[in-house]
Design a protein around this ligand. Structure first.
Ligand code: G3H
Ligand code: ZN
Length: 283
């Protein structure tokens, strides 16, 4: 069933564990997340990024409706979230499309501008029952972005700045830059666990780890122990999907029915989902 993101996050905080959010690009992604969550016996969040909405012609409805239908039919508790939204109109469309939560991403803007636009978006979201996540500091590697030097100023989130940011914007969760980067196909990121602990003490709302595909298993476990709550995973699903499609194409060069290639790809993604969910402690 569909469960509100707020409920899933609050349950994770109460249990001292994390909740994983997986990026959905195609219908098969949504099906794989539901299957992986059912197999693991854990809740999960299905998240659709603004990029993925654009891929489907810029219309939220088709991919949102498909994802919501998958969640409704699943026995696993599944949240519906819009990810990396940069266009205010998309956040405003979220409540009508069945989403419980939105990440509004103004992280490329200077601090004051990020605060101003995010506060406005959070207020709008709250009037419509939306749980709002925002980002301070910059997790690099987003589409169309130059690679960031992990040690450049602003790339790591400053705890004092984060305290003020949450107070001024009223957001429900904060994505922080602590050493992970988006779109990594190798799991080699090293996180700053001391910084995660300082952020958890400084910030009264749950912390969100972006770019978790590049973070090794033990680093994810340590990040949750240090205070991370929402764990965002995207690229790892695509790595599994594409490897399975490549293998299938090579094994069956004459097969033109896409289902023959998509079935193993969906199965591989479900395995990846279950593996990530298995990292979250059960308490
Ligand atoms: O918001 C989405 C996540 O940060 C996914 O990052 O594709 O590097 O796992 P990833
Ligand atoms: Zn992200």
């Amino acid at each position: 069933p569909i469960v509100h993101t707020r409920e899933l996050v609050e349950a994770a905080v109460a249990a001292g564990t994390g909740v994983a959010a997986f990026n959905v690009i195609t219908l098969e992604h949504a099906e794989a997340v539901a299957e992986g969550a059912e197999r693991a016996g854990r809740p999960a969040i299905l998240q659709i990024s603004e990029n993925a909405v654009r891929f489907h012609g810029g219309r939220l409805s088709p991919i949102a409706a498909a994802t919501a239908a998958v969640a409704r039919a699943s026995t696993a508790p599944l949240g519906l979230h819009l990810d990396h939204v940069v266009t205010p109109g998309l956040l405003e469309a979220a409540p009508g499309e069945g989403f419980g939560s939105v990440m509004f991403d103004a992280s490329v803007l200077p601090y004051d501008e990020n605060v101003a636009v995010t506060a406005k978006m959070a207020a709008y979201g709250h009037r419509h029952g939306i749980w709002v996540e925002a980002e301070l500091g910059r997790v690099g590697g987003k589409e169309g972005e130059p690679a960031l030097d992990a040690h450049a100023p602003g790339v790591r989130t400053d705890p004092d700045e984060a305290t003020g940011y949450v107070a001024k914007t009223g957001v429900d969760a904060l994505a922080v830059a602590v050493g992970s980067s988006h779109a990594m196909t190798e799991r080699t990121a090293a996180l700053d666990h001391g910084l995660i602990r300082r952020l958890r003490e400084a910030v009264p709302v749950p912390l969100v780890l972006h770019g978790s595909s590049g973070v090794p298993d033990d680093e994810i476990r340590a990040a949750i122990a240090a205070g991370m709550v929402k764990i965002n995973v995207g690229t790892a699903l695509n790595t599994a999907f594409t490897a399975a499609v490549r293998k299938s194409l090579a094994a069956r060069p004459d097969t033109v029915d896409p289902r023959k290639h998509l079935a193993p790809a969906r199965e591989a993604m479900a395995g990846t989902v279950a593996d990530f969910l298995g990292l979250l402690p059960v308490r």
